[in-house]
Design a protein around this ligand. Structure first.
Ligand SMILES: [Zn+2]
Length: 246
């Protein structure tokens, strides 16, 4: 089963790569079949097998031999691994296929938000709404209790305060919106660990980026990816810092 999930994940990842790339030129989403960015030649199904086509052609376009870059295989692998881990964890925890399906939708949207935030500094509202909708389904079917609700309030409330205090410079409203769904999904007390881990990750990675001069001090580093990576770590590990203390 886990291998099947991984293969499905690769295909969904290849689909995600296309969505993210085409956000650059929104009108081409439906208009054009998959094609090479350089020679514009349409790609055949054999050129579109996730990871395999990339490996066989040594990362080059089969027609014009230009380098394709690591973006597509990275997204494919990323989605496949995330969905495989999520299946393993959630199925062991709940023994319920619906819990697996809805948490997988959330995981897919979270990974998508990481890539759009890194590439274009936006988290599309459709992605945020999809996370919130799936979190609501899980809330009403599996974990209907006040702590889940509290998670949403604490998570989005805390970031809203930061967004207001920094006038949108430290924290964007996209981050506040995505935390509604994340908070409802994780609930209290996991949300506290998530916030701590995301700020630690954010500080550490930003310091590295500055130290290696990849980013300058005035550059804006999107915070969404840290929020999301912290969310996945905390959700999968089910790790509560609060429980360690009390
Ligand atoms: Zn080409």
């Amino acid at each position: 089963m886990i291998y099947l999930i991984f293969v499905i994940g690769l295909m969904l990842g290849s689909f995600m790569g296309v969505i993210v790339k085409r956000l650059e030129k929104p009108k081409t989403i439906i208009a054009k079949p998959s094609h090479c960015e350089f020679c514009q030649r349409n790609l055949k199904p054999i050129d579109l097998i996730p990871l395999v086509s990339f490996a066989v052609n040594l990362g080059k376009c089969r027609y014009c031999h230009k380098k394709i870059g690591w973006f597509y295989p990275a997204v494919e692998l990323n989605v496949a691994l995330a969905l495989a881990i999520n299946y393993q964890v959630v199925f062991a925890r709940t023994q319920n296929i619906w819990a697996v399906i809805f948490s997988s939708i959330i995981v897919f949207c979270l990974v998508l938000a990481i890539w759009t935030d890194i590439k274009y500094m936006v988290i599309p509202d459709t992605v945020t709404s999809c996370i919130l909708a799936s979190a609501l389904v899980l809330f009403f079917t599996f974990n209907f209790n006040f702590n889940q609700f509290l998670g949403a309030i604490i998570g989005s409330g805390f970031l809203a305060i930061m967004a207001l205090a920094g006038r949108g410079k430290w924290m964007g409203w996209g981050d506040v919106k995505i935390m509604l769904g994340i908070g409802l999904w994780l609930g209290y007390p996991l949300i506290i660990s998530q916030l701590l881990v995301s700020f630690m990750l954010g500080g550490f990675i930003s310091a590295l980026l500055l130290a290696f001069k990849i980013k300058k001090i005035k550059d804006i580093i999107p915070f969404g990816p840290f929020l999301i990576i912290a969310t996945l770590i905390i959700y999968w590990l089910n790790f509560s810092i609060i429980k360690l203390w009390f």
